[in-house]
Design a protein around this ligand. Structure first.
Ligand code: WQD
Length: 343
């Protein structure tokens, strides 16, 4: 009997890749998504990749009644992977209340129904944004959390606290928070990928859209940082590697291999890459000379962050497999596939 795993946000960028990996590993993912930042057609593309079309129910996790009815109907859900959230840093500064309501209430509703219906295991999508600008690099899970630089980052910090406190008060609930660094790229089939609505906030989709000619030029937000080439440094990991980590984490909980009822793991390559190095990677894999201009710094950006992933490597038995160029190539292949309407 396949174990049924609820994937919230399962038609989104991270959620869809995680759903594919769950199917490949013999699980039965079931998706709840409100399609705020994704499309239902993604389940058909998941079917093309895996041969399995995951069941999708479209409603908002903030609607407690609907969530309750959904869990009663699917009373054989073994565990939850909670990926659904608003995640645009800039947007969160302009719409803090929407971000706090959506990201906090959806989690609280989820935890309440997990307690009510006896679903024990939760994997939560967190973010390296909780570290702010770390004092020490590479950053480990025990690094002090700085006060968030955006409402989005603050919702991730608060959600981690809500989960931790719940696992302390209710021993039946065990959870893992996965602190994502910077996910990039797409599934090698180029059938699913990052599909930002409007002007992309994140570097790589803006970069590939510039390469394709949709954007005039890439603006590099500052080259006066205290880094080797002056541009900001991040830890870019392939989204498929990131998705696989969710399978490792949910199996750890289901098999009872967790050491404590609440664990946190950094998900990164352990390698820092600057904006200018990312541009060079794109140029290598695409053969295109990218048009970009150095402009002023973006408010809220931290200077440099990259993970020490050794705890996840050791405890989860997970590590990134793709190089920067391999990940960047999948981002470029996805951009071309999507734009050429080959989907
Ligand atoms: C990366 C670098 C920019 C766009 C993101 C998400 C956040 C979290 C972590 C999930 C920065 C520079 C960008 C552009 C640029 N993910 N840049 N020109 O800010 O590290 O955070 O990953 O939880 O939700 O926002 O990623 O891709 O926005 O920026 O120069 O047009 O690229 O200054 O140094 P960031 P990003």
């Amino acid at each position: 009997m396949k174990k049924k795993i609820l994937v919230t946000g399962g038609t989104g960028y991270i959620g869809s890749h995680t759903t594919v990996e769950l199917i490949e590993e013999g699980f039965e993912p079931i998706i709840v998504d409100n399609l705020y930042n994704s499309e239902a057609v993604v389940v058909d593309r998941i079917q093309k990749i895996t041969g399995v079309k995951p069941h999708l129910e479209v409603f908002d996790l903030c609607d407690r009644e609907k969530l309750d009815r959904f869990i009663q109907k699917h009373n054989d859900i073994s565990a939850v992977i909670h990926v659904a959230a608003y995640k645009a840093v800039g947007e969160s500064v302009n719409k803090p209340l929407e971000y706090y309501r959506n990201n906090l209430l959806s989690l609280i509703n989820l935890l309440e129904v997990m307690k009510r219906y006896g679903i024990p295991d939760l994997v939560f999508s967190s973010s390296c944004t909780v570290y702010g600008q770390p004092e020490k690099l590479p950053v480990t899970e025990d690094a002090p959390l700085q006060s968030a630089t955006s409402p989005y980052g603050n919702t991730k910090q608060i959600c981690e606290s809500i989960i931790r406190d719940t696992t302390v008060s209710d021993k039946n609930i065990k959870a893992i928070s996965l602190r994502y660094f910077n996910p990039i790229g797409a599934h090698p089939s180029a059938l699913i990928g990052e599909l930002p609505r409007g002007v992309p906030e994140n570097l790589v989709p803006f970069l590939t859209q510039t390469g394709y000619g949709i954007r005039e030029e890439l603006k590099v937000f500052g080259n006066d940082y205290n880094t080797p080439d002056g541009s900001c440094i991040r830890d870019y990991l392939h989204v498929v590697d990131l998705a696989k980590a969710h399978v490792f984490a949910i199996k750890r909980l289901i098999e009872g291999k967790n050491k404590t009822n609440y664990e946190v793991f950094n998900l990164g390559t352990g390698k820092g890459v600057s904006v200018l190095e990312a541009i060079k990677s794109f140029e290598r894999v695409s053969g295109i000379k990218l048009k970009y201009k150095i402009v002023g710094r973006r408010a809220g950006d931290i200077e440099k962050i990259w993970a020490n992933p050794s705890y996840a490597n050791k405890e989860l038995g997970w590590k990134t497999l793709s190089s920067l160029d391999e990940a960047m190539k999948t981002a470029w292949d996805w951009e071309k596939m999507f734009r050429n309407n080959k989907l």
